[in-house]
Design a protein around this ligand. Structure first.
Ligand SMILES: C[S@@+](CC[C@H](N)C(=O)[O-])C[C@H]1O[C@@H](n2cnc3c(N)ncnc32)[C@H](O)[C@@H]1O
Ligand SMILES: [Zn+2]
Length: 606
């Protein structure tokens, strides 16, 4: 990645990966170099998506594997390579809802009623067979190259990188509703030569209208908006082909992390609560929102990878159609009760499963899971959510993506960062939503902090699991209930006494005797595997002013020097920029310190 002044006057050539774009010095088209992490991660996911389609196709052709019909009359395969369930891999392979095979046989799933049909040369009939064999013909069919929609393209850099760097990719459609951006896209397509010209098409269009009028057409849809993606989600979930991927960024972290709960509810349909885990909660609010939109069209999501990086969240989910699977959605969503006095939080599932007459059904969850007052400190609870409380990553996919990234190290400009993030994610407990912060527990008790290894050991010795979180180097994910966590801290304080203090949440917690006798002896699994191998897990920003950028078309003023850095701001202004940081617009304001603000407010709120 790098930038050099060229001879085209006000244009600068910016190179990222294998793509080069021409950027005009006026801020007419959006570009943010910090999003290289976002683009690299997306390339890694798309490469893995293509590999998995190939692997799976090879597997099926070797096996001559049949398609089975499930109880609802939907076509399904008993084994899937990527660990996803209940979905039709043929659809994943072809990225469309129908599969044509030689010999005039067509297997089709009606996406809206889940009924499987087989058509022979135009004749339509509902299948009665339990099993439809499609033997040797399958092997001859190459999966179609995936078609990608970059719905909010700006300069087209991302679309160009996809087209030039991802082997086996098909067409890439780049959209923007801004004329200057589409002109820039077309200029950049030409600038990138033959492959880009043959693969990337740019259109001036409102992405919402375009996606609505191109339903089920794209194997991958990329949403990378200014701020919130909320207005694009309803049409985006409809434009993804069955088994395809939706990749979605949200940079409105202040909203998602609870600085303005009502706005978050209006955009995403969930209330955030202010906790140390707010960035993970942001991911889970976004996932719940996408699922909610998908369910309207009898579709559901399967998260592959969900990341918080720098100043935004980005989720990668597969989208499937199944009228029966969407009934399970309430089991994947929870409300969060967050104590206003201590750091305790508890999840309340929206649904539960009921087994009756050999069949499993879902029913509304039992509640409330907490009493009126926190049983640890006696304070009341705030309620947030609903959040996505099922896994936010698919571990098999994460391992494949990580292996792919390591194998093609030199082709990722942000290799160090994305491999560090993926390594941390690969170690996260994937069935444990949210996390506790050791610092926060200690600040509630006003005690000295045990080291992470000592605390992890006590949790493991008590018979529970614990891992780090990619979202926060101080975050600890554990399946130990809050009363066990507080008992461990009570035992710690017995050995490391605190000074006498006025009544507060900490004194209320310490007033109780622990039921559990914590064992702080070092447990073998208390260090993360990456830490043992001395692999990087959390990296600092590579340079100052690594963060969000000003919207295209907006005049750069001295107040933007905190975002762009004084040098760039002063260049744009033609005068020396002020170095003092100023407040910026809401959608550009990325609150790295949201957690701190949130915690402070929480203390004063109660
Ligand atoms: C953050 S930029 C995209 C950056 C780009 N994906 C990248 O990686 O460099 C958002 C873009 O969305 C465009 N946009 C906003 N609303 C839109 C809409 N309704 N339809 C299409 N494009 C839209 C803006 O003009 C802007 O260029
Ligand atoms: Zn409490």
């Amino acid at each position: 990645m790098g930038a050099v002044e060229d001879e085209l006057g006000n244009y600068t050539i910016i190179k990222e990966g294998e793509a080069e774009i021409l950027m005009h010095s006026s801020n007419t088209v959006f570009f943010n170099k910090a999003q290289v992490y976002n683009r690299d991660m997306s390339i890694a996911v798309l490469r893995t998506f293509i590999d998995k389609r190939k692997e799976h196709d090879a597997y099926l052709s070797k096996k001559g594997k049949p398609l089975n019909k499930n109880l609802n009359g939907e076509l399904s395969e008993s084994i899937t390579l990527d660990g996803s369930s209940g979905a039709i891999e043929d659809e994943k392979i072809n990225g469309a809802t129908e599969e044509k095979v030689n010999g005039g046989i067509e297997v089709q799933q009606n996406q809206y009623d889940g009924i499987a049909k087989v058509t022979q040369e135009g004749e339509e009939k509902t299948t009665s067979e339990e099993c439809i064999k499609i033997p040797s013909l399958r092997g001859k069919q190459e999966p179609k190259p995936p078609i990608v929609l970059e719905a909010l393209a700006a300069s087209g850099l991302r679309a160009l990188r996809y087209s030039r760097e991802i082997e086996g990719i098909g067409k890439v459609i780049a959209l923007d509703n801004d004329k200057a951006s589409i002109e820039a896209c077309n200029r950049n397509i030409k600038f990138n030569g033959f492959v880009a010209c043959s693969k990337v098409d740019a259109y001036l269009a409102d992405a919402r209208v375009y996606m609505l009028t191109h339903q089920n057409e794209f194997d991958a849809v990329d949403l990378d908006p200014y701020g919130s993606p909320s207005v694009f989600l309803d049409s985006a979930v409809q434009s993804v082909a069955d088994g395809g991927i939706l990749m979605c960024t949200a940079t409105d972290m202040a909203v998602l992390c609870g600085n303005n709960g009502e706005v978050c509810h209006s955009k995403y349909g969930s209330y955030p609560v202010k906790g140390k885990y707010c960035h993970e909660m942001a991911l889970r609010i976004l996932l719940a929102c996408i699922e909610n939109h998908a369910n309207r069209y009898k579709r559901y999501i399967v998260p592959i990878l969900s990341v918080y990086m720098d100043f935004y969240v980005r989720v990668f989910v597969r989208i499937y159609t199944s009228a029966s699977a969407i009934k399970e959605t309430p089991l994947k969503l929870s409300y969060v009760y967050q104590c206003v006095g201590c750091d305790s939080f508890h999840l309340q599932s929206l649904g539960r499963t009921v087994c009756k007459d050999n069949s499993v059904k879902s029913a509304p969850g039992y509640g409330p899971v907490v009493p009126q007052k926190c049983s640890d400190c006696g304070k009341r609870f705030n309620m947030g959510g609903p959040i996505w409380s099922a896994p936010i990553h698919d571990k098999q996919w994460i391992n494949s993506i990580l292996a792919n990234v390591k194998a093609m190290k030199e082709r990722y400009p942000a290799f160090e960062k994305i491999s560090a993030v993926l390594t941390t994610i690969s170690e996260e407990l994937d069935d444990v939503p949210l996390f506790v912060s050791l610092h926060s527990l200690c600040s509630t008790l006003k005690c000295t902090s045990p080291s992470a290894v000592v605390f992890r050991s006590a949790v493991i010795n008590a018979g529970f699991r614990i891992s780090g979180s990619h979202v926060d180097p101080l975050g600890l994910k554990t399946d130990a209930p809050m009363d066990v966590i507080w008992d461990i801290m009570r035992c710690w304080v017995k050995n490391h006494p605190v000074k006498a203090q006025q009544d507060n949440s900490g004194t209320a917690i310490l007033a109780k005797e622990p039921k559990l006798q914590a064992n702080f002896a070092r447990a073998a699994a208390s260090l993360s595997k990456a830490k043992v191998k001395k692999e990087a897990r959390y990296l600092p920003n590579p340079e100052r002013h690594w963060g969000p950028k000003v919207k295209a078309g907006r005049q750069i003023t001295s107040k933007h020097s905190s975002l762009l850095g004084p040098d760039i701001a002063s260049k744009s202004l033609g005068k020396e920029a002020e170095t003092e940081a100023h407040k910026v617009e809401q959608d550009e304001l990325i609150v790295h310190s949201t957690q701190e603000t949130a915690t402070k407010r929480q203390k004063t709120d109660c």
